[in-house]
Design a binder for this molecule. Structure first.
Ligand SMILES: [Zn+2]
Length: 256
């Protein structure tokens, strides 16, 4: 089985979309469709025809182009079960633990509510890729619009359990701000210091900081490190439970 070809493109102020292409079957998937023109331009640029559209959650910057992309390409649209707000145009609803086929490989669905109630993430075990939508960002996590800290912690723990060499595709370029916040709460973390320097270099060169490796996130993302003694000490929460530490981090990030 050939490795999936990947093409990441920007749209909106800081969104990323991704195309996945399999040369054996000719199938192509797009993760989310916030901007139909951006999706169609990316397809044209690569010379690929869209067969599947995978939707992570209902927010407009992930779904606004769904209808136009579907009618232009006739793609199969796979997305979450309706919870807070239904998404028009989904052909196949999937939930936690479900598996579907794309280009001859299994795609596993993880339900990761917290940012929204419907959020799902797509894990490609054979290609070691995960698409985390607005659940996990590089050195950050999504805001809690439709969930609480306990729910989001449970969601990120599902991602933490994936193999550490999994490549993480997040839906936004928030990394530079996240790095500054992470340095404020976890200042003695050497891996974080190094990653911050790298992020500054990448952004100065106009390059993306996404995708990121799960291993790197486990070392640098404060929201994945609620059990870390050094981080807890810097928050003054040595003996607090993980949910309280997570909630404190999220609240401080909201104010940052
Ligand atoms: Zn969102």
């Amino acid at each position: 089985m050939a490795t999936l070809q990947r093409f990441q493109f920007s749209y909106g102020s800081d969104n990323y979309g991704v195309l996945l292409h399999d040369t054996d079957t000719g199938q192509t998937a797009c993760i989310d469709a916030g901007d139909a023109d951006a999706v169609m331009n990316a397809l044209e640029q690569q010379g690929w025809s869209l067969s599947h559209l995978l939707i992570t959650h209902h927010h407009g910057d992930h779904t606004a182009g769904l209808g136009a992309v579907k009618s232009a390409t006739g793609c199969q649209v796979i997305g979450p079960h309706p919870v807070s707000q239904p998404i028009i145009g989904i052909d196949q609803h999937v939930g936690d633990g479900d598996t579907f086929q794309f280009a001859g490989r299994a795609v596993n669905v993880l339900h990761t509510p917290g940012h929204t109630a419907d959020m799902i993430n797509f894990y490609f075990p054979e290609d070691k890729l995960v698409f985390t939508g607005d659940t996990l960002f590089s050195m950050g996590c999504g805001r809690l619009f439709e969930g609480n800290a306990a729910m989001m912690l449970n969601s990120v723990n599902k991602l933490k359990a994936l193999p550490h060499d999994t490549l993480v595709y997040c839906a936004h370029e928030y990394t530079a701000t996240n790095a500054r916040f992470a340095m404020a709460v976890d200042p003695d973390n050497v891996a974080l210091q190094q990653r911050s320097v790298e992020v500054t270099r990448l952004r100065a060169a106009g390059e993306a900081t996404v995708p990121t490796l799960l291993q790197l996130e486990l070392q640098t993302n404060p929201f994945l490190r609620t059990d870390n003694p050094q981080l807890r000490q810097s928050l003054g929460m040595d003996t607090a439970d993980d949910v309280s530490v997570f909630a404190e981090l999220r609240e401080r990030r909201n104010q940052y």
